[in-house]
Design a protein around this ligand. Structure first.
Ligand code: SF4
Ligand code: MG
Length: 332
């Protein structure tokens, strides 16, 4: 496997009237070419902020600590993403090597410009191809994502398409530049179950065809189980467990991961009560000391959870967890 992107010690705070708010803390992971990673957690866990950092796309009040480092491996080149400044340099992580799709496709399309015109502009921004060639590729991509009558759709506006079709068109636009990494931020959450399954299947096909890496952001571990190779579970800006998806689902070690899994509907018993993780995610203004999960943890083991930050422990070479229940057992 060849490395595509390395994230090391990413810590990001937002400057606000109430002071600095930690959104992401000491997050490290790497992704290989063609690999699919799920980023899971409740809203407010820092998934989207982490993903946007890869495109250096967070708001102006975002402050990265000096240790934070994101390296994109582009051919023989290593791009230090957080040092990119000019729009010209930033193009490589914004629509070049990396593309992003969102939960609400209307956010990706300007309402008063046809889908086709936006696709052509996007392609021309990232290459010096002719308009005619860009149109050809765009229509091909619309066809490829399963939009029938693509030439007609090309001349339509986003509002003229159904929700599922808009989602497909957004995927077509994001993939037309052949990115090496697609970031999909809750892309199926707003869709009904059947269309959701179709979009997931479509994305799986495209990964194979384009040998593209994907970061799939969702609060739903079930979606991850169907799509990803590995998963990072986030809570209050920290990755609390990471590993191969099968391993984490079969053998979850962190009480939070266990809670998320227990909250999934059971396919063999749809009437069984769901057990969500009790309590709410604390406000980032009242960030817990010690283990960030201690205010909700059903397995809380005492003072140590309140006072000491659990370090990552290896369950095996590819599976890590940050919880005092495991640190002694595993690292001893
Ligand atoms: Fe729960 Fe303590 Fe483990 Fe945190 S460190 S998840 S509070 S047992
Ligand atoms: Mg989000």
């Amino acid at each position: 496997m060849t490395a595509l992107i390395d994230v090391k010690n990413l810590t990001l705070k937002f400057r606000t009237d109430e002071g600095l708010i930690t959104a992401v803390e000491d997050v490290s992971f790497s992704l290989d070419k063609g690999e699919v990673m799920g980023l899971v957690g409740e809203s407010g866990s820092g998934k989207s902020v982490t993903a946007k950092s890869l495109m250096h796309l967070n708001a102006r009040n975002a402050v990265y600590t000096p240790e934070s480092k994101i390296t994109l491996h582009e051919g023989n080149r290593q791009v230090d993403v957080l040092s990119l400044r000019t729009p010209r340099d930033l193009k490589i992580v914004r629509g070049g090597a990396i593309s992003m799709i969102f939960q609400e496709p209307m956010a990706s399309f300007a309402p008063a410009i046809t889908i086709g015109k936006q696709m052509v502009e996007q392609l021309q921004l990232h290459s010096d191809m002719s308009k005619a060639r860009a149109k050809e590729i765009s229509v091909e991509m619309l066809d490829r994502v399963g939009i029938s009558d693509p030439s007609r759709r090309f001349d339509q506006y986003a509002f003229e398409l159904s929700g599922g079709m808009r989602q497909r068109a957004m995927i077509a636009m994001a993939l037309s530049t052949k990115p090496q990494l697609l970031i999909a931020d809750e892309p199926t959450t707003a869709l009904d179950v059947t269309i959701q399954a179709q979009v997931i299947d479509l994305m799986k096909d495209l990964v194979n065809e384009f040998h593209m890496a994907i970061i799939f952001i969702t609060h739903d571990l079930g979606v991850i189980a169907q799509t990803a190779d590995k998963v990072a579970v986030m809570y209050l800006g920290r990755v609390i467990e990471e590993g191969p998806v099968r391993e984490v689902i079969r053998n979850p070690k962190h009480p939070y991961t266990q809670g998320l899994l227990a909250a999934l509907p059971k396919l063999d018993d749809l009437d069984a009560p769901l057990t969500p993780v009790a309590g709410d995610i604390p406000s980032p203004l009242e960030r817990p000391t010690g283990c960030v999960f201690h205010t909700r943890c059903p397995k809380f083991i005492g003072e140590v959870c309140k006072t000491a930050l659990p370090q990552d422990a290896r369950v095996d070479p590819t599976h890590r967890v940050a919880c005092h229940l495991h640190s002694e057992e595993v690292t001893a």
